[in-house]
Ligand binder design. Structure first.
Ligand code: AP5
Ligand code: MG
Length: 313
């Protein structure tokens, strides 16, 4: 996940032009997150050689984080979750965290401008540009969706795929009461679906798992309600601006959606390589052969230089 308090603090709002300005961690150069002069640039199908720029758009508790986690552990893909970012800001007690805390705990939506500022710093970062990534939790309103399209269009890196996970409400409600998370990594567990190896502990670090403050039935019902009121219209928006990029995957049971998602991204993004494939691309023998060739070239180079090197040397 890409987020830092330092990055957030470096962002400023251009009040006169009504647009957000974010500065990268690499330089102090101010960069417009979403320049006003650009227009939306819907994606087309001809994205196969492009990095994967994937949006997870779905109800709370539908499995966005879980499926993204599977993709990132198998493929070389960056992952940005605005929910995880907010939880990190809240935990660190930053200004953004203080503004968001009550809203998140109450199941509402954090104001668009704050979210745009928060996400802008990540999208501008060098670890995202030109890379494959998954965005989870943003956009959540039409305003956010339009701003994202304009920004990505202006950088020539439009979305390549919008995955809508369609899971029935009653299934989701059952899952949430069983969810545990590892806050610093965002890893998600579920006592019936994806149990940790040791109960209550993260598989990788062994640190304790916690419950999310907004995972109780009453708050969850509010989150679901705000999805229908504010986020669901984005489906219509993408249906009209990028119909070929919007794909709905449906499923009720544990592993129904994962194989669909994996075959979808593999067929859409030819450049997507699994981590093991990436490793296999450079086996030991190839590295050794390259080293031998380099040292032979080096010897040839030295020999070719000898006649022109002055004798004194
Ligand atoms: P966020 O963290 O994004 O929460 P959310 O959208 O409500 O989604 P969840 O994280 O609850 O669910 P998920 O779809 O990731 O499901 P998961 O994989 O965990 O946002 C939190 C809050 O931040 C928002 O309410 C809002 O206040 C604020 N916010 C964030 N972004 C914002 C924005 N852009 N604008 C304004 N406000 C913003 O899965 C759920 C459970 O199901 C897990 O226990 C999992 O193990 C289990 N599970 C997953 N898949 C399966 C399966 N196939 N079978 C069985 N169980 C499964
Ligand atoms: Mg999530």
């Amino acid at each position: 996940m890409i987020s830092s308090t330092r990055q957030i603090a470096s962002a400023a709002f251009g009040t006169t032009q009504r647009r957000w300005i974010a500065s990268t961690s690499r330089s102090s150069r101010a960069m417009p997150f979403i320049p006003d002069h650009t227009s939306a640039s819907p994606s087309s199908l001809s994205m196969k050689s492009e990095p994967m720029r994937l949006l997870m758009l779905a109800k709370p508790g539908s499995g966005k984080g879980t499926l993204s986690g599977r993709l990132t552990s198998k493929y070389n893909v960056q992952f940005v979750s605005t929910g995880d970012m907010l939880r990190e800001e809240i935990k660190a007690g930053t200004e953004v965290g203080k503004q968001a805390e009550g809203i998140v705990a109450g199941g509402g939506l954090v104001p668009d401008e704050l979210m745009i500022k928060l996400l802008g710093t990540s999208l501008e970062s060098s670890s995202m540009k030109g890379k494959s990534w998954i965005l989870d939790g943003f956009p959540r309103t039409l305003v956010q969706g339009e701003r994202l399209d304009r920004y990505l269009g202006s950088t020539g890196q439009p979305l390549g795929l919008i995955v809508h996970l369609d899971v029935p409400d009653e299934i989701i409600m059952g899952r949430i009461s069983d969810r545990w998370i590892h806050p610093s990594s965002g890893r998600i567990y579920n006592n019936s679906y994806n149990r940790p190896k040791v109960e209550g502990l993260d598989d990788v670090t062994g640190e304790p798992l916690v419950r999310r403050a907004d995972d109780n039935p009453e708050i969850f019902a509010r989150r679901l309600k705000s999805f229908y009121a504010q986020t669901a219209p984005l489906l219509e928006y993408y249906r009209s601006t990028a119909p070929s990029n919007l794909v709905t995957l449906s499923g009720k049971t544990s592993d129904e959606i994962w194989p669909q998602l994996e075959s979808l991204v593999r067929s859409r993004f030819g450049s997507l390589k699994s981590k093991s494939e990436t490793k296999r691309v450079v086996p030991e023998a190839v590295i050794r052969r390259a080293e031998r060739e380099i040292s032979r070239d080096h010897r040839d180079f030295i020999s070719s230089m000898v006649p022109i090197i002055p004798a004194a040397y």
